[in-house]
Design a protein around this ligand. Structure first.
Ligand SMILES: C[S@@+](CC[C@H](N)C(=O)[O-])C[C@H]1O[C@@H](n2cnc3c(N)ncnc32)[C@H](O)[C@@H]1O
Length: 269
């Protein structure tokens, strides 16, 4: 794999692992947001969370009998809501330290595995539903997204559904940045500055981070990328999947700027 392609992967994994490492022993919704890179002044709002859960349930047609896989689950911010809607929930992520936090949630019907979305550690057709939400935002090109989608489709059963959720819409890229500034200003006015968890890492852990970065030459950061609906549509055509586009949930301040894609895998012929 070319160096530029591995650098962003390493930086992303390091970003989420480091955030998980910084958490105090007591985990709450705000700290889960912190690990996921979510704006905690927004996402600690239970009404907003419920609205998102309902839209995922409706668009993926989730049922109590289903097995559900979430790819890129981080510290389990979505897991607590999703697991309650299905028979069993599995979260998978490349960031082992974020998963260690997710396991402390002790969700009875949830398991969390370390794994890469491009080589999922599961058998063909193992899940009724597969979701990857707010993850592709950090992928710099559609080719990398497609590799994950392909393996999500493999582990989904015939007749099952696959969701790529909260995709920044390339058609609105220029207005999106303006919207981010507006939302940030609204949050500042309403809640004041964001409170980050008091760092719980030691001097030696910081020193190790500094040394590790020198070795791998990547800085941990996350960036927002935009995607064309047409690329998702073409992916569906190429892989024999029925494609549907949906709006993200209505209460989300980025409604109209992001979209969800739901693929349906054909029943066996
Ligand atoms: C922005 S967080 C989103 C977490 C969660 N889905 C949510 O909506 O709150 C993105 C997560 O995707 C994970 N991730 C990125 N690339 C991945 C890959 N190829 N396979 C599995 N997980 C990946 C990151 O480690 C990170 O934990």
């Amino acid at each position: 794999m070319p160096a530029a392609q591995t650098a962003w992967r390493k930086a992303s994994k390091q970003f989420f692992n480091e955030r998980a490492e910084e958490l105090p022993a007591q985990v709450n919704v705000a700290t889960l947001c912190y690990v996921s890179g979510r704006e905690q002044r927004l996402w600690t709002n239970p009404a907003l969370y419920r609205d998102m859960m309902e839209s995922i349930r409706e668009q993926l047609k989730l049922a109590k009998s289903h097995s559900l896989l979430e790819v890129g689950c981080a510290a389990g911010f979505l897991a607590s809501g999703l697991a309650a809607m299905v028979a069993n929930y599995t979260g998978v992520d490349v960031a082992a330290k974020a998963l260690a936090v997710a396991r402390t949630l002790r969700i009875a019907n949830a398991t969390f595995d370390v794994g890469d979305g491009t080589r999922l550690p599961y058998g063909d057709g193992q899940f009724d539903r597969v979701v990857c939400y707010d993850v592709f935002t950090n992928f710099p090109q559609f080719e990398s997204v497609a590799k994950v989608l392909q393996d999500m489709a493999r582990v989904c059963r015939p007749g099952g559904k696959i969701m790529a959720g909260s995709i920044p819409d390339d058609a609105h890229a220029s207005e999106y940045q303006k919207r981010v500034l507006e939302v940030t200003q609204e949050l500042e006015n309403k809640h004041g500055p964001v409170e980050t968890p008091a760092p719980s890492i030691t001097f030696f852990q910081r020193l190790r981070r500094w040394f590790t970065r020198k070795v791998v030459h990547v800085q941990p950061n996350i960036v927002c990328y935009y995607f064309r609906r047409e690329d998702f549509l073409q992916f569906g055509r190429d892989h024999g999947l029925e494609t549907q586009f949906h709006d993200i949930h209505r209460a989300n301040p980025y409604f109209g700027y992001r979209f969800n894609v739901v693929y349906t895998k054909p029943e066996r012929a």
